[in-house]
Design a protein. Structure first.
Ligand code: GLU
Length: 449
């Protein structure tokens, strides 16, 4: 086994990834980050009908937005020869056998078993077919699908999230690995790739627990050592509903377009439903530092978009200028005043693009609101000379207080209305030097409405 962990995120490119898929990707990413490991992005695109290259590209872009940059990217559709070879190995070992039942036949059998109060497990009738019978079915034009012959044993593993786990394979049907048309279901290619790419830790949603028992048997049947497995709880929507790629609900794309911060998505996706408190973070490395799979709880976790928005604002309030410089530039917030503007305004932002509004308030044309004309006349008269800094506001308003006899809200609010045209906003001590004397004087001297 490699000295460092090799993990993988294996989405099927049949839609945009949603917050629940992102949770799996992020948990894997943090695991790799913590252990100095590698992250494989594997597209499970063996379903040629439903898989689309556009979705794969969109998933890569969404992962990049979240801060995930895979070490290796591969596509199952380009690796078919490996799966065929593995299927041959299993056939030779007597672990993969042809079965000819149609879906209707299987359905009928299941119903009969259920009526008799028996578990609906495949009865292995196909295993009892002789060569002549198979040849006869073939001559009728029936094509087989292929089932993996499970060992009727209890498979045990020490789950990285759920602790000691086991599944009795005697209670499962032999899984179909290959369809009539020769295409593979997900189960075998996943194992083949995990072996081929040296995956050491398979971390995925707990909807895959049953697959794990089957896949451990396949690893062993192929002569490989099974990796470690961890199954995290799934996310539901705020109302407890399951998330689906098909509906596009809570897709990373839509969250991104709605202006939430990637770091907020990451923090909430990872921390919700875990023993760690949901909190804003400044980087994925910060999240990785305290991340522990054992902290993830077993029960499903609810993802609440309102909580995400609140967290996103809190993330913004702490982000240093260096982390947002380029995004601000794209909004036109650039030059020497960009950093002080950011520091002044970030605490007031719900979305990063609102920085543009405050940039406009400082530099653009605003409509000053005149609430107390007499005060503004005095304010203009005692406006200090430049250079200005963050102490200017305090010195100026102290003078104005003495001159006008106004204090508190009666002193400050008319100044805010005149200088910014708004009822509330960032600290005026920080904004005033950015507005500058010329504009400030102009705004204070606006005619009363
Ligand atoms: N394509 C599978 C899924 O998206 C991958 C499961 C796995 O990680 O093994 O559910």
């Amino acid at each position: 086994m490699a000295a460092y962990p090799v993990v993988r995120f294996a989405p099927s490119p049949t839609g945009l990834i949603h917050i629940g898929n992102a949770r799996t990707a992020l948990i894997n990413w943090l695991y790799a980050l913590r252990g100095g490991g590698r992250f494989v992005l594997r597209f499970d695109d063996t379903d040629l009908e439903r898989s689309r290259r556009e979705y794969a590209d969109a998933i890569e872009a969404d992962l990049a937005w979240l801060g995930i940059v895979p070490d290796i990217t591969c596509r199952q559709s380009e690796r078919m020869a490996l799966y065929d070879a593995a299927a041959e190995t299993l056939k030779k070992a007597g672990r993969l056998y042809p079965a000819y039942e149609t879906a209707e036949e299987l359905d009928r059998r299941r119903k009969r078993q259920q009526a008799l109060g028996r578990p609906p497990i495949y009865d292995r009738a196909a295993l009892k077919l002789g060569d002549a019978e198979r040849a006869e079915l073939g001559a009728q034009g029936r094509k087989p699908h292929w089932r993996f012959k499970l060992d009727a044993s209890v498979v045990r593993w020490d789950d990285l999230v759920r602790g000691p786990s086991h599944i009795d394979c005697a209670s499962l049907s032999d899984p179909v690995l290959k369809r009539e048309d020769g295409s593979f279901l997900y189960t075998l290619p996943s194992v083949v790739d995990d072996i081929d790419l040296g995956v050491t830790h398979v971390i995925r949603g707990d909807d895959h627990v049953t697959n794990t028992a089957v896949q451990i048997q396949i690893f062993e049947a192929l002569g490989a050592r099974a990796p470690a497995f961890g199954h995290h709880n799934l996310l539901t929507g705020a109302g407890g509903e399951g998330l689906s790629k098909r509906t596009g609900a809570l897709s990373i794309r839509s969250l991104r377009e709605s202006g939430v911060e990637a770091l907020a998505v990451a923090a909430l996706a990872v921390l919700v439903g875990s023993a760690e408190a949901v909190r804003p973070v400044a980087s994925l490395a910060e999240l990785a530092a305290t991340f522990d799979l054992a902290d993830i709880s077993r029960a499903a976790a609810r993802f609440d978009e309102a909580e995400l928005r609140a967290l996103s604002a809190r993330v913004l309030h702490h982000l240093p200028f260096s982390a947002v410089r380029e995004r601000l530039e794209a909004l036109g917030v650039a030059g020497p005043q960009a950093e002080p503007l950011w520091n002044a305004a970030r605490g007031n932002l719900a979305r990063l693009d609102e920085a543009e509004t405050w940039w406009g308030v400082v530099h653009g044309a605003i409509a000053p609101v005149v609430e107390d004309h007499a005060l503004l006349v005095q304010a203009a008269a005692c406006l200090p000379d430049e250079p200005w800094d963050e102490t200017t506001w305090g010195a100026w308003t102290a003078k104005l207080k003495a001159l006008s006899g106004r204090k508190g809200r009666d002193l400050y609010h008319p100044l805010r209305l005149a200088l910014t045209g708004r009822q509330s906003g960032p600290e005026l001590a920080a904004l005033l030097p950015l507005i500058g004397r010329v504009r400030a004087l102009d705004r204070l001297s606006a005619p009363s409405a």
